[in-house]
Design a protein around this ligand. Sequence first.
Ligand code: ADP
Ligand code: AMP
Length: 214
Amino acid sequence: MKIIMLGAPGAGKGTQAKMIAEQYKIPHISTGDIFRANIKEGTELGKEAKTYMDKGLLVPDELTVKILLDRVAKEDCKNGYVLDGFPRTIPQAEVLDKALTELGDKIDYAINVDVPDENIINRMSGRRACLSCGATYHIEHIPPKKEGVCDTCGSELVLRDDDKPETVKNRLNVYHEQTQPLIDFYTAKNVLKTVDGTVDMKDVFAAITEILDK
Ligand code: ADP
Ligand code: AMP
């Protein structure tokens, strides 16, 4: 099963993608996590990506597409995957579509996690991320057991640089201009499914499994 998560930054794509990956035993691939791991390791890719990410801008398609295509060509992706944060532009979606078509394959579901802009700033300012294992929490809605410490790996939780309110506004503008058109793109391919992302994360997941189990 090949799944794409769509939605504004902070809509809950990563939260749901992790649950999907666990339940359906497919890898969770987040381009944001790949960039953050490169930043942490100090690679050239990380240094370049950071200049865009810190401003709330998208990393250029040429860089992002190559990383994603290399990742989905790996053995563990044979039976499918859930993509979180890719594609984010129409050209990225077209490249992925072409690569899959050449393999006689296609995306099965594009799940749009729908959350209005009004809720997003709160979601992002309360988000705490573990840069070691990629786990995500929310200080009010989904708190870790011990404040500031990752339940999964015990590392320190941080407010991401790009989750500060001034950057979030830019990211929302970029989302509306460059990523939202993907809703029409995947509607035209008959794979778009929209779920209400404002309800409890367990209820969002129940709506998603109902779609995937049909
Ligand atoms: P995205 O991957 O779309 O950027 P995340 O999955 O990281 O979003 O979620 C953004 C923030 O909102 C996180 O702090 C997360 O814990 C929280 N969150 C996710 N889903 C819900 C939900 N259904 N209700 C409340 N908060 C949520
Ligand atoms: P995320 O973790 O998905 O919120 O992504 C964090 C940041 O990484 C984004 O704001 C972008 O700067 C960059 N990024 C992640 N995925 C992509 C992508 N598919 N295309 C371009 N930039 C991306």
